[in-house]
Write a protein that binds this ligand. Structure first.
Ligand SMILES: Nc1nc2c(c(=O)[nH]1)N[C@H]1C(S)=C(S)[C@@H](COP(=O)(O)O)O[C@H]1N2
Ligand SMILES: [Mo]
Length: 316
């Protein structure tokens, strides 16, 4: 395996804009976190075309569910990623178009740490964790995936949002060359999603950079995607290039596309049917019999309090 060891801290540091000066890189170095990050991230500098790089130094995270994992082959070949095509097997077929090195993420809006960060600089200072999460697609199938990533809250706290920031908005890349599905207007591009600040800061919410111990494949949202396990899968936006801090509720793609069918919250809820099908049950990929869908996808103990006093049939 090819591991680049040379001067990892210098990589694309030029891409940090002056407004990112709050980010004291020497402080990160002093804590040793960046040093560890350099080793564990060396693999992510590899192009992710049809292959992955093992991630090292990953700690076992909290919140892991103890359920059989979805077959890796299935999780990387049966995907929803409209930028790479609307069929479930389009994303893996078109994966080679999605070059992810270099990759930058713009941070803007109501936040001290506004600027453009290389993917590596955004993630480097944080410890990578592996967490096994259920993910429930709105189409009534589900998976159990060992994600590798960092709590979104860690990244948000480091970026220092202003008190007036009430929501966090996310955008996927727009580039019809690297995302050939964007030649057609299956959806309005960019794909967008958003979370209320307390949802974004919830310790379950993850920025994932890999799965099954390896860096993320394009079809799963390389190099960086959201994973919000108590919400329907479409909230877990892939291949993020912008994170914005806003006062108003940001636009979210499926909610804009069809507000009657897809709410902004989209918390997994067996009691609120999709207008065209029941949400009471789901099929775990690889299993024959359906199983009951759990409120908040089984994470109710952790997240139900975020919605205390809200009518979940109205705020679906
Ligand atoms: N940018 C973007 N992100 C996206 C999608 C998409 O079409 N574009 N599909 C969503 C949907 S509907 C689901 S169910 C999950 C699927 O993630 P997976 O393919 O890794 O299982 O990604 C979500 N993230
Ligand atoms: Mo989905």
């Amino acid at each position: 395996m090819l591991i680049r060891k040379s001067k990892p801290h210098d990589i694309r540091s030029s891409e940090i804009t002056p407004s990112g000066a709050y980010m004291d890189r020497r402080r990160f170095l002093a804590t040793g976190a960046a040093g560890a990050g350099a080793v564990l991230f060396s693999g992510l500098f590899m192009p992710t075309v049809g292959r992955t790089a093992p991630l090292s130094g990953v700690i076992k995270g909290s919140y892991t569910v103890d359920e059989p994992l979805t077959d890796k082959e299935a999780a990387t070949t049966y995907n929803n990623f409209y930028e790479l095509g609307t069929g479930k097997d389009d994303p893996v077929e078109n994966a080679h178009y999605l070059k992810t090195d270099p990759w930058t993420v713009a941070i803007d809006g109501l936040v001290k740490g506004a600027g453009t960060y290389s993917f590596e600089d955004l993630i480097h200072p944080h410890k990578l964790e592996e967490r096994v999460y259920r993910l429930r697609c709105v189409e009534a199938w589900s998976m159990v995936i060992p994600w590798v990533g960092v709590p979104l809250a860690d990244v948000i706290r480091r970026l220092e949002p202003q008190g007036s920031a009430k929501y966090v908005a996310f955008e996927t890349l727009v580039d019809p060359v690297r995302m050939p599905g964007q030649v057609r207007n299956a959806l309005p591009w960019p794909y967008r999603e958003g979370l209320r600040m307390d949802e974004a800061l919830h310790p379950l919410t993850m920025l994932a950079v890999g799965m099954y111990g390896e860096s993320m494949l394009p079809q799963n949202g390389a190099p960086i995607r959201l994973v919000v396990p108590w919400k329907y899968g479409f909230k877990s936006i892939k291949s993020i290039v912008r994170i914005s801090f806003t006062e108003e509720q940001p636009p979210a793609t499926w909610n804009m596309q069809n507000p009657r069918e897809y709410g902004f919250y989209s918390n997994v809820n067996p009691d609120v049917d999709h207008p065209r099908w029941s949400q009471a049950k789901e099929r775990r990929i690889g299993e024959f019999f359906k199983r009951p869908t759990l409120p908040f996808n089984g994470y109710g103990e952790d997240v139900a309090s975020l919605y205390a006093g809200m009518d979940m049939t109205k705020n679906y």
